[in-house]
Design a binder for this molecule. Structure first.
Ligand code: LRH
Length: 475
């Protein structure tokens, strides 16, 4: 029996624990747990419920251990990027903020007063997102002076499990404090911005063993499992699992966000790349994820939350399927709005903001839920198409195929619209690319997969069914 690995994959709306094994060149997975991730608004802002996430993670790992007693070789954790907990003497100082909290604007101004946007891009290579960690830290106030560590969300959970205080590199690359060339902390930049460099933990690469569960965690889980660093930025793990072992492809890692771009050997730090708001995040094996954040399925999930505030995770997902079916039957053109507009970033009445956007831009205003949903799908596809085209020009590469992975891969309307608007074939799947990338990096560290990234992708290509969409003529 081959060894098993457990992936903890935390998304902005839900988390899961998935166990996988590699045998005969195939990765077979079993879902052991799925749970909602519901942020909580308190008087001081919007927070992640990290204790609940940790509790669910322990329950999920306990289920995994019960399912395959003694067989789990290691655990890897990934989550959304940029957010963190501040620590002092091993204790969490305050509840971590959600990146959609409104506090960041002050941080942006404070940082740009010291290092202007063009200089900053040369130093960290990141697209401007108001919630990049360095802007959040600059908005922190007193707590920053008290902190002796900053731990990004997967690193915080790893710390609670094992006591290891590290920063995994792919996720550290989303902080804005990592030099994209050397992949080391830019300590000078941090200090210039008033961010004490003592809070930056030692960096580790995916594949590094971080230690065994401490006695308390082992008691909850049933055994002192080993924790291994993976591409702990969920998008980094998703890109590992693009089912394309060679060749130049564009990818859209489509979940809450649509991360649209390319994998490159080195960063592109040109002024054109900055003006197009492209980011150079760190990938597994030192690759560069040259991409741009498009708003993504958030527009759908937040619209549903607005329409059906009390609905459970399961109710929302069945409602979404119904609405997508109705949206598919909408005839005639629907308005295409700018899915990149920052008005859609904060939680709230997304359908109302879409109507207001269309009115302001003298476009017909979508009426029923079906029209709104169709308009979201078409607007996302339009933004995906523009972004793929820009990526190819900026990096000077030719794209022949687009891979869509993540939840968006099961949205047939979106996949077809993307093929139509790009004029390129779309290969959709796997839906659980992030968990698969997480598992394969662990399997590789255990010597169960050949080291080359192309080999990992070949395993995915053999293991996961995909759907293919050819561009169709419309209108
Ligand atoms: C996707 C993601 C994305 C980040 C955002 C904060 O889950 O990690 O890559 O930009 O969340």
């Amino acid at each position: 029996m081959s060894r098993a690995f457990a992936a903890v994959d935390l998304g902005a709306t839900s988390g899961r624990v998935i166990v996988g094994r590699v045998a005969d060149g195939l990765l077979r997975t079993t879902h052991l747990a799925r749970f909602g991730n519901d942020p909580v608004r308190t008087r001081d802002g919007l927070h992640w419920n990290v204790l609940e996430l940790y509790r669910q993670l322990l329950l999920g790992l306990a289920a995994a251990e019960r399912d395959a007693p003694g067989e789990i070789a290691s655990v890897g954790i990934d989550s959304w990027a940029v957010d963190y907990g501040l620590m002092r003497g091993g204790r969490l100082l305050g509840m971590p903020f959600h990146y959609r909290d409104a506090r960041n604007e002050a941080g942006v101004a404070a940082v740009h007063d010291i290092v202007g946007p063009a200089d900053l891009y040369q130093r960290n290579g990141l697209q401007h997102l108001p919630f990049n960690t360095l802007f959040q830290l600059a908005a922190e106030g007193d707590l920053l002076g008290m902190a002796d560590r900053m731990l990004l969300i997967p690193d915080l959970l790893t710390y609670w499990l094992t006591g290891a205080e590290v920063a995994e590199r792919t996720n550290a690359s989303t902080t804005g404090l990592l030099d994209p060339g050397t992949r080391e902390w830019d300590v000078r930049l941090a200090e210039e911005l008033g961010i004490p460099s003592r809070i930056l933990p030692p960096l580790v690469d995916p594949g590094t063993t971080l230690g065994a569960l401490d006695p308390a965690a082992a008691l909850s889980v049933g055994r002192a499992l080993e924790v291994v660093a993976v591409g702990s930025h969920d998008t980094a793990s998703a890109v590992v699992a693009i089912p394309n072992p060679g060749g130049q492809f564009a990818y859209i890692s489509c979940g809450t966000w649509g991360l649209v771009g390319l994998e490159l050997d080195r960063p592109v730090l040109t002024e054109d790349a900055r003006l197009a708001n492209f980011t150079n995040e760190g990938g597994v094996d030192g690759r560069t994820r040259f991409l741009h954040n498009v708003m993504g399925l958030w527009l759908l999930s937040e619209s549903l939350r607005h329409w059906e505030p009390g609905a459970t995770d399961a109710q929302r997902s069945s409602l979404l399927s119904e609405l997508l079916e109705q949206a598919g039957r909408v005839r005639g053109p629907v308005p295409v709005f700018d899915a990149d507009d920052s008005v859609f970033l904060p939680p709230g009445d997304i359908p109302g903001r879409i109507r207001a956007w269309c009115r302001q831009h003298e476009q017909p205003v979508p009426q029923g839920r079906d029209e709104i949903v169709r308009s979201i799908v078409e607007s996302l596809a339009a933004a995906f198409a523009t972004t793929v085209e820009q990526a190819a020009v900026l990096a000077d590469v030719e794209i022949h195929v687009i891979h869509i992975v993540g939840g968006g891969a099961q949205n047939t309307l979106l996949c077809q619209a993307t093929a139509n608007r790009t004029g390129l074939p779309v290969v959709a799947g796997p839906v659980e690319a992030t968990a698969m990338g997480n598992l394969l990096v662990q399997a590789r560290a255990a010597g169960e997969v050949a080291p080359d990234l192309g080999e990992l992708r070949a395993v995915v290509a053999r293991s996961a069914p995909v759907a293919r969409y050819a561009p169709e003529r419309t209108g």
